[in-house]
Design a protein around this ligand. Structure first.
Ligand SMILES: Nc1ncnc2c1ncn2[C@@H]1O[C@H](COP(=O)(O)OP(=O)(O)OP(=O)(O)O)[C@@H](O)[C@H]1O
Length: 300
């Protein structure tokens, strides 16, 4: 069952449409990603879901409720971590948890929540002294303290080092496994690929594609990447006729061919026919990064 339904959402600032007819539905229990370049309209969309902005047109429903008209009830079932969240530097972790705890009618006990998020040893640490990773843990705790059915996380791992980012990913999976639906805004492809059950790819205020990460990769033109160092210099034109080819390039003597599985087979046959040995041959699936660039370029 869909817990969030967005239909034909439009929002303009100063007459300029930034959300231009977006529709998607988030199923209960999934991690749903909104992915897109800067300015694609991701934050504006989630702010409409949170009831912080009123749509110009279209409809948004959270568990069947209108987030603007039923703001209080929606706040009770939707927890939000806003992009660039801040707290007063002097507030301790314990004070922040108690403060937010007091804001909800039926809050979760914050102590087990703090324990689960690895904050127990830092309860007396002031916000201003917390590392980036611990701040994000605190924001996740604050988003969960009201016992929400759905949590919105907007660019949660921006600015974190790779270790802290991976730890945060595990926490987000734990949140989903505990039965809370997650709407995740990100522009990190690896994050979306690792975490999201489904992804809506936004570009210039529209949904460019909506699928599982694997589905998006399969849909992009260059789903397979073949790279090798040829035993003799190779002209790009010799590869131009390969079936399914979407791109060919060379860097530091390494030839990179992008296409389909058929392109990979044909490349290997062509090299064999010409008696060329392919050193350091790699055939890899394209990443969500490649799919993102391909699908947003096609849209443009
Ligand atoms: N309050 C506002 N007034 C005017 N323009 C705004 C306002 N909020 C956002 N915008 C503009 O709307 C566009 C979409 O912004 P939005 O923050 O929704 O995109 P985004 O996809 O979340 O981008 P980012 O990844 O950079 O956060 C941007 O060009 C932004 O500058």
């Amino acid at each position: 069952m869909a817990i969030i339904e967005v239909n034909g959402l439009r929002k303009a600032y100063g007459g300029r449409p930034v959300v231009d007819g977006i529709s998607f539905a988030v199923e209960e229990g999934e991690i749903f990603g909104l992915l897109g370049p800067n300015g694609a309209g991701k934050t504006t969309t989630v702010e409409c879901v949170e009831g912080l902005r009123t749509p110009d047109a279209g409809s948004v429903r959270v568990a069947g409720l209108d987030p603007v008209a039923d703001h209080r009830r929606v706040t009770g079932l939707l927890g939000a971590q806003l992009q660039e969240s801040e707290l007063q530097a002097a507030l301790t972790v314990r004070e922040a948890l108690e403060l937010y705890h007091g804001c909800y009618p039926r809050p979760a006990d914050w102590r087990p929540l703090a324990e689960r998020l690895g904050l127990t040893a830092h309860l007396d640490t002031r916000f201003g002294k917390l590392s980036g990773g611990r701040r994000q843990r605190l924001f996740i705790a604050l988003a969960l303290i009201g016992g929400p059915r759905v949590v919105v996380l907007d660019e949660l791992t921006t600015g974190l080092d790779p270790r802290a980012r991976r730890d945060t990913w595990e926490l987000i999976e734990d949140v989903r496994d505990s039965g809370v639906t997650v709407l995740l805004v990100t522009h990190f492809m690896a994050e979306a690929q690792r975490l999201c059950d489904r992804v809506a790819l936004l570009g210039a205020g529209r949904v460019v594609a909506l699928d599982t990460p694997a589905g998006l990769i399969g849909r992009s033109a260059g789903a397979t990447v073949i790279s090798f160092v040829p035993s003799r210099p190779l002209d790009d034109r010799e590869l131009a006729g390969l079936p399914g080819l979407t791109a060919v390039g060379q860097q530091d003597g390494r030839v990179v061919v992008t296409g389909t599985d058929e392109t990979a087979d044909a490349t290997v046959s062509l090299l064999a026919r010409h008696g060329i040995t392919a050193r350091h041959l790699r055939i890899t699936d394209a990443t969500l990064d490649d799919a993102f660039l391909d699908l947003t370029a096609r849209e443009a």
